[in-house]
Structures are given as structure tokens and as C-alpha cells.
Design a protein around this ligand. Sequence first.
Ligand code: 8X3
Length: 260
Amino acid sequence: ADRLKDKIILITGASAGIGKATALELALAGNGQIKLILTARRKEKLDELLSELQLKYPNIKVLTVSLDVSKLDTIGPFVSGLPQEFADVDVLINNAGLALGRDEIGTILPEDIQGMFQTNVLGLITLTQAIIPIFKKKNSGDIVNLGSIAGRDPYPGGGIYCPTKAAVKSFSHVLRKELISTRIRVLEVDPGNVETEFSNTRFKGDLAKAKAVYANTEPLVAEDISELIVFALTRKQNTVIAEQLVFSSNQASAFHLFRD
Ligand code: 8X3
């Protein structure tokens, strides 16, 4: 808990799923003695989360900002415009990301290709670039990147999503190597199936298709992943949990999924 004390923690995609669960888990682990910058497209969801956090932790400092990381030219102004109290970011959690469709290559919609790369890759890279100078200046800071089993074990129907997550992994590797002489940590978490809004988004609101992904598998939930993010962040400074590949007990690869 002491290791989180007074940290300024920026989370993207904090309105739901793993991002939201991570905000709550960090507040719990830090006993409310942290500053959270919560960003997502849906500001009203962030403000609901802000109320929930303030009710539980009267002293917590929370800033909610409507940010769509796919709108690359809004990222620089967002970082340089952070109020002084929140400007000296200590932790960046690159959580925002999405899958759109499971169409085979040759039939993928151009807007889906663009949508996934824009958020999962270009948004993540652009925000990281904007934060890195802050970390380098003080020679400390943590970056958590949300990868996926999809980035290691590409599957049919993942023609774009899988490459975006492979790009996240490659980017994390380069960054870790470039930062080897610093105290800045790069911590990647690679989940398998986690039941969140992920599949609702992928199947564009087709709830039956979304539910079928997790049917009879006892999937992980967002809190299972946020616990691991907080675990990695709260190890001692010299410990880098570079990558965590996480499955439910019914999953062993992108393909091996036991349904009972
Ligand atoms: C989410 C996991 O297997 O649907 O990143 O790609 S999967």
C-alpha cells in the first residue's frame, strides 16, 4: 500500500471492464491515498465511478477526462493541459482497446481495421510518447500495457485484432530495452478470455454472440486482471514483472477452451 502512496495514476478505458476494476483495486490497495486520472470516451460513466470512489475513500483525488485515444491529436493537449496537481504522472495504464468483428481477411471492413489500429496501437503509442518525457525527467514511472493472448497466439477471425496486440507486445519490448538504464518499468499483462463488454463491442451489440464466447467456460472477470496489474505495480522498485499471461482454468491457448 505504501508503494502506491500519493502516486498519480492515469488509466485509459477506465469507464468499464478491466480499466474500471483497476481504478477500484488501486484505490483499495492504496487505501484511497492516490490520485487517479480516469479517461474514457464516456465521461458520464467515469463520473459514476468517481462518485463511487469518493464515497468509499473521502480523501481520494480523482480527475475524470473524456478522452478518445484514437483521436491522436487530442492526446498531446490532454497531457500538457493536466492540472498541476495531476501533471506529474507516475503510472500510465494503457488499457483502452477493442476488437471489432471476427471477419476473415478479405472481408474485413476498412473502418474496423482503422478502428482497431487507431485505438489499440496508434493511441497507445501516442499517449506513451507524451508521458515518457515526464518519466525520464524524474527517472521513475511505470507503464502497464494491456496485451492479450491474441498477441502471442493469433487465431482465425483475428486478422486485425491479433496484429494490434502483437504490436503492443513488440512496442513494450522495445520500450523496456530502451529504458534499461532507467528506473522506469514496463509491465505487460496478457489476458485470455475475460468476460467484460469486450465481446459485446466485438460483435457490435449482438449479445447472443457475445455470450456464446464465454458459455460454459467460467471465464475470468475484470477483477482477476486488475488484481494482477496492482500486484505488478506494488512489487519493489527493482522487480519488473515484464509479462503476465493469464487464463481461466478452462483455457490453455487461444484455441484450447474447455466447455462443460
Ligand atoms: C481478448 C482475448 O482471445 O478474445 O484479448 O482475443 S481474445
